[in-house]
Ligand binder design. Structure first.
Ligand code: GDP
Ligand code: MG
Length: 306
């Protein structure tokens, strides 16, 4: 037996939660800043690996679900179905909640209802109350109690993904819950999602945060160009495709304010992730009926017929 591999642990943690709960911030904090493109040694999941953390003798693979919400249109259904499939394959489920939002929000509630329905008997479901830097301890305890009454979580953690409070505890917990086994990825790899897709996903997510419920899923973001400069900085050009002419104006915003804010937020996340300066250029183009194009779905690993 290879002694180096003994006691090693490896597994998947599905990160679910309402938009803005702090999922990406938390993953970035636990993974660290370096992100590289790699292929797994074995193909284990169809889900998008957003980050891989090495903690002592454990390799913790995070699956960031691209938004779990109530699907209406075909594309929405494909996204949501991929998200739930990802967490079904995971060894540990982690529900991240923005504790500073007050009582249980609608999105979190609908996720809990869905979790209730599936069989998680042998799977730890952890509750992570995030943004504790923004909330009074008293409110935190009542929120924790209210959520645990809804679903019996295996354990509850209170953290600040932004400040790093409690995140080490969380890593220790994951390590304890993951099965023993060899690491699935080479050491020091941080992600296996192609960077061009990951970069597009980040911009899409920022758009989703800022726009009304309905619109964002009628748009897609594609990375058209990626240039590495000698000083280490990167120039990324992306196109936001919209399905209707009216949507273009909404995305640009008054005097271009919306797209500017989106670009800024996406750039900051990319810089945090890559650890280098990023120049991000965003363009908006019209592409009618793109949501009915099966090719766009397979590019994302989504199922057109979901
Ligand atoms: P996601 O949609 O769940 O991936 O959320 P993000 O990670 O993109 O975070 C949404 C917003 O919440 C960002 O502006 C973060 O900076 C902020 N945020 C995340 N974690 C914390 C935290 O622990 N404390 C505070 N104050 N803000 C946070
Ligand atoms: Mg995110």
């Amino acid at each position: 037996m290879n002694t180096q591999n003994s006691n090693r642990r490896c597994g998947f943690v599905a990160v679910i939660g309402a938009p803005n709960a702090g999922k990406s911030t938390l993953i970035n904090r636990m993974v660290g800043s370096k992100v590289t493109i790699v292929s797994p040694k074995v193909q284990t999941t169809r889900a998008l690996v957003r980050g891989i953390a090495q903690h002592e003798n454990s390799q913790i693979i995070f699956i960031d679900t691209p938004g779990i919400f109530q699907p209406k249109k075909r594309l929405e259904k494909a996204i949501v179905s991929a998200a739930w499939e990802g967490q079904a394959d995971a060894d540990v489920i982690m529900l991240v909640v923005d504790a500073s939002r007050g009582p249980i929000d609608r999105e979190t509630l609908s996720i809990i209802k869905k979790l209730e329905k599936q069989d998680n008997k042998d799977k730890p479901v952890l509750l992570v109350l995030n943004k504790i830097d923004k909330i009074e301890p008293q409110k935190l305890l009542s929120l924790s109690q209210a959520l645990n009454e809804r679903l019996s979580f295996t354990a509850t953690y209170m953290i600040s993904a932004l400040k790093g409070d409690g995140t080490k505890n969380l890593l220790n917990a994951f390590a304890a819950y993951l099965p023993e086994g060899p690491w699935m990825y080479p050491e020091d790899q941080a992600s296996d999602m192609p960077m061009i897709l990951l970069a597009a996903e980040i911009t899409r997510e920022k758009l989703f945060h800022r726009l009304q419920q309905e619109l964002p899923y009628a748009l897609t973001v594609e990375t058209e160009d990626w240039e590495n400069f000698e000083d280490g900085s990167i120039k990324i050009s992306q196109v936001i495709y919209v399905a209707r002419p009216g949507h273009k104006a909404i995305i640009l915003g008054k005097g271009g304010s919306m797209i500017k804010a989106v670009g800024e937020a996406a750039r900051i996340e990319l810089e945090n992730m890559l650890g280098v300066r990023v120049h991000l250029k965003l363009f908006v183009k019209l592409r009618e009926k793109w949501t009915d194009d099966p090719e766009r779905y397979s590019l994302w690993g989504l199922d057109y017929n979901a």
